[in-house]
Structure formats: C-alpha cells, structure tokens
Design a protein around this ligand. Sequence first.
Ligand code: A3D
Length: 321
Amino acid sequence: MSRKKIALIGGGQIGGVLAQLTAQKELADVVLFDIVEDLPQGKTLDIAEASRVDGFDVQLRGTNEYKDIEGSDLVIITAGLPRKPGMSRDDLLTTNAKIMKTVAEGVKEFAPNSIVIIISNPLDAMVTLFKKVSGFPANRVMGQAGVLDSSRFASFIAWELGISVKDINAMVLGGHGDTMVPIVRYSNVNGVPVMELLERKYNDKAKAKEIMDAMVQRTKMAGGEVVKLLKTGSAFYSPASSAIAMAESILKDQKRVLPTCALLNGEFGVSGYYVGVPVVLGSNGVEKILDFELDAEEQAAFDNSVNAVKSLVEDMERLGF
Ligand code: A3D
C-alpha cells in the first residue's frame, strides 16, 4: 500500500507545525505549498533533516506550484493573513476571500478528489467560500475550530479541578467567534458532571456557576489571550494539533467524533450554513453529523451563533464573493 499524501496550503506558523506533526506521526507524505519563494522548501528541508533523530520515514517537499499537490488525499488550508492594526473586519474578509478563491481553484484543479480541512479565518466564511468555488461535495469540505475550542475549554476545567485533562470531556459548538457555545451541561470527568464537582469543591452553587462562567468566557476569548501575549501572530501549536487530530481520524478511518465546522442540512434546526457540530470523521470525511437535543438556553446561544455566521457570509457576498 502506498503512503497517503497530505498537501498543506500555507507554509506559515500553523503550516510549519502541521508539516512537522504529520511527519512525526508518519501520517502521510507532505507537500507544503506557499506563494513565498523558498519558504516552504526551507521549512520542509529543516523538518526532513530531523527524520533520523525523530525516526520517521515520510517524504517532505516544499513548493510554490500547485501541480505538486496532485494526488493528495487530504488538503489542509492555512493560507491567509491575520488581521493587522488598522485593518477592518471587511478588509480582512476581502483579503482572505481573494486568497481562498485562488486556493480553491488550485485544489479543484490539482487535487479534485481530496478531502479538505480549512483553518484560515474568518473560518466559517472561508469554509463556505471554498465549498462554493470548488463545488466539492459537503462531506469533503470542513473547517477546524471546535477541536481547538473544546481542547481549550477542557484544559481550563482540568486546571481548575486539578485532574488529568485526558479524562475531561468538554464540547464547544457553533461558529468560531465570540458567540461560540461551550456545552456546560454535558461537560464531564469520565462521566461525572463537572458542575457537580465544582459545587462540591466550593460547597456553593453560586460560586460554582461563577467559576464555570469564567471558564466559558475564557474559552470564547482564548484566541485573543494568546494573540495578546505573542504580539506578532496568533496561536499556532494548538490549531495545528487540532487539525492533525481530524486528519488522523480521516486518514486512518478512525470514525472519531470531533466537533467540526460542517455544512448543516436540517440538523440543530439549521440548513445551508457551516457551523460547528459533533461529526463522525472517517475515510469519507464528514460521514455523519450527530444531532442531539439542546435545551432552550443552549439552542438560543446556538441560534445566536448561527446568526453571526449568517451575517459573516452575507458580508462576504456583499463584498462580491
Ligand atoms: P501565517 O504565519 O501568516 O501563515 C499564513 C501563510 O499563508 C503565509 O506563509 C503566507 O505566505 C501564506 N499565503 C498567503 N497568501 C497565500 C496564497 N494565495 N496561497 C498560499 N499561501 C498563501 O498565519 P498562521 O499560520 O499563524 O495562521 C493561518 C490562518 O489560520 C490565519 O488566517 C489565522 O487567522 C487562522 N487561524 C485559525 C484558527 C482556528 O482555530 C480557526 C486558529 C489560529 C489561526
């Protein structure tokens, strides 16, 4: 059996870590594409030269030409600019939409059978645009946001409770923005409800709620917290790890259930929009969306998040995309 092939479009901060993790896990051969000359070639050479130390056998190649992504099973897209001082949301949307359009055309031409994971921001709009330009079926176009947002939420819970993060189950649904919806009711430690553990820890229901509200708020603002510290860019280790978890589930047909930005067709009462929901990821990409009943408060928060996604998509259409 020949090895799988991953194309990484965008060789910046996240793209570099994606290439390294793919190699270290021996998931697939890697083609790293960027428009900046020599950058992807330099990064892949650097990573490849660690192959003896790390003990991996995959091919790594940097390129500035789309033809080199031919035959890719999976494509992960990080191409795009982060917001710079003085840039409006519309400016960023226009810039990144232009980039996403060219990327979608390149992927459509040279990797027409690939499954695509998008990370570029504004996430929900970029996934929508890729789907529109490529014409790929919905099961092969998705976005990464929920795995990261959920991992952040789980980390905060683990730190608060002083127990292993491996035993925390926490899920964040909705769009990738301030309106995202951490699902508190189902957050648990190997089945034990987190809220109950907090109430016992503080022996005070109101205090437990206050602590949970703060963790929910920190989750929503977690991207900004990292940006503020880094000053020159946004988070890149954790977004890369999150996309690799999705990639691994797809390439190894693991059928893991991961929160994924997927096109809804009636699930959670929404049709025709990309929103973060629990998804079964396997060799066919988005194989199933796991719909479940939200309570009134969760549904209201989810609908609010869907409205934010809708207005983002409308803005993009107004700008001509
Ligand atoms: P950065 O290090 O700037 O890398 C982006 C790369 O894209 C650069 O190397 C550019 O040269 C390249 N690029 C620009 N135009 C093109 C093009 N037309 N074709 C191919 N490559 C191009 O950014 P990063 O890696 O830190 O972040 C990448 C994207 O991910 C940004 O849009 C971030 O906002 C976004 N991001 C999303 C999340 C989510 O969880 C959704 C988290 C963190 C960052």
